[in-house]
Design a protein around this ligand. Structure first.
Ligand SMILES: [Zn+2]
Length: 335
């Protein structure tokens, strides 16, 4: 197996490793993976786990070797990147309820590799109509679904989505499916244009527009019933509170950043009786996410630019680490 490792801050290398399957594990030939903002933070030296480790939280592939039952060789699968601790009380009854799970690419090895051996329960079969370049975003879709679920959205509600990050674009697309009215806010016009092409009618450029004023116009003075703030989406976290109406709900959603603060003044929360929820994983929503893809209920077009080849992943990561603009990176694993 070929594995890209982050060996130390600003250092990556391709390694050869060997791993065999057990009765409870399956070997998967990965076809695509996505490197998120947290992977870049690891490369920049912000990781709170020891080096070296393998980045990459999102992945899709095909079963290459499996025990006799269940998944068969040739079955396409999406990876749910959460591994139960195996030791807590929950793990002894239902490992899926474990609260101390490891996350691939964060505090466990990730998916920037050609083959991987994983527990069976991390793998979800893909229907034929879902392409790999859609299914690779399954964990982003799962996380956005979880955020909307926890917000208790209802048809007709205005939902401010702050940050046109991959998760922000997906959340806006899902909001449309649930007959809500997303208002997507970002300072990058090309991201807003991509969202418009995907059917998001209301977009607000936060660099050019008074966002509060514009949202008041769009909502007829009511503000938004719900807001989704996308971590690392580039918007100010306070804005999510100011754009939400009294008794509304706000989700702070996205992969948990390393060693960073995200400050808000809670006065709005108290005076407007807002409810806040945090969502940093899509665990438990993977099957739903795949079903949304199978039913073309979520649009992932332009979520990320075209993929880069596996062999170039190391140099592309180093290049991204030196720049200020990074949305994530889609890797095509054909080696
Ligand atoms: Zn556990």
């Amino acid at each position: 197996m070929k594995v890209w490792q982050i060996k130390a801050p600003n250092s990556v290398g391709l390694q050869e490793v060997h791993e065999n399957i057990t009765p409870d594990t399956v070997k998967v030939k990965l076809t695509q993976c996505v490197l998120a903002g947290s992977d870049l933070q690891s490369l920049r030296g912000l990781a709170d786990t020891p080096y070296p480790f393998v980045p990459g939280r999102l992945g899709v592939g095909v079963v290459s070797e499996a025990p006799d039952d269940g998944l068969k060789r040739g079955q396409r699968v999406a990876v749910e990147p959460y591994i139960p601790c195996g030791e807590c009380a929950a793990c002894h009854t239902d490992p899926r309820q474990c609260l101390d799970f490891a996350i691939m690419g964060r505090n466990g090895d990730g998916l920037l590799r050609d083959f991987v051996v994983l527990p069976k329960y991390c793998l979800f079969p893909l229907p034929d109509q879902v392409r790999d370049d859609e299914a690779v975003f399954t964990d982003y879709i799962a996380l956005a679904l979880k955020a909307l679920d926890r917000l208790g959205i209802e048809p007709g509600q205005h939902i401010a989505v702050l940050g046109a990050s991959p998760i922000g674009l997906i959340a806006a697309s899902l909001a449309i499916y649930y007959q809500c009215v997303p208002i997507l806010i970002d300072g990058r016009q090309e991201r807003l244009d991509a969202a418009r092409d995907n059917g998001v009618y209301y977009t607000v450029n936060s660099n050019l527009t008074d966002v509060n004023k514009r949202v008041i116009e769009i909502t007829g003075g009511r503000l938004c019933e719900r807001s989704v703030f996308c971590m690392a989406g580039g918007e100010a976290p306070q804005k999510a509170l100011s754009l939400t109406m009294k008794t509304g709900r706000v989700a702070y959603a996205g992969y948990q950043p390393f060693n960073e603060t995200c400050n808000v003044n809670i006065i709005d929360t108290v005076t407007k009786s807002l409810s806040l929820v945090g969502v940093s994983d899509g665990r438990g929503y993977t099957a739903r996410a795949i079903n949304m893809l199978a039913n073309a209920a979520v649009n992932i077009k332009d979520v990320l630019p075209a993929g880069v080849p596996f062999d170039a992943a190391g140099s592309e990561l180093l290049r991204a680490a030196a720049s200020n603009y990074y949305l994530g990176m889609l890797i095509n694993i054909t080696v």
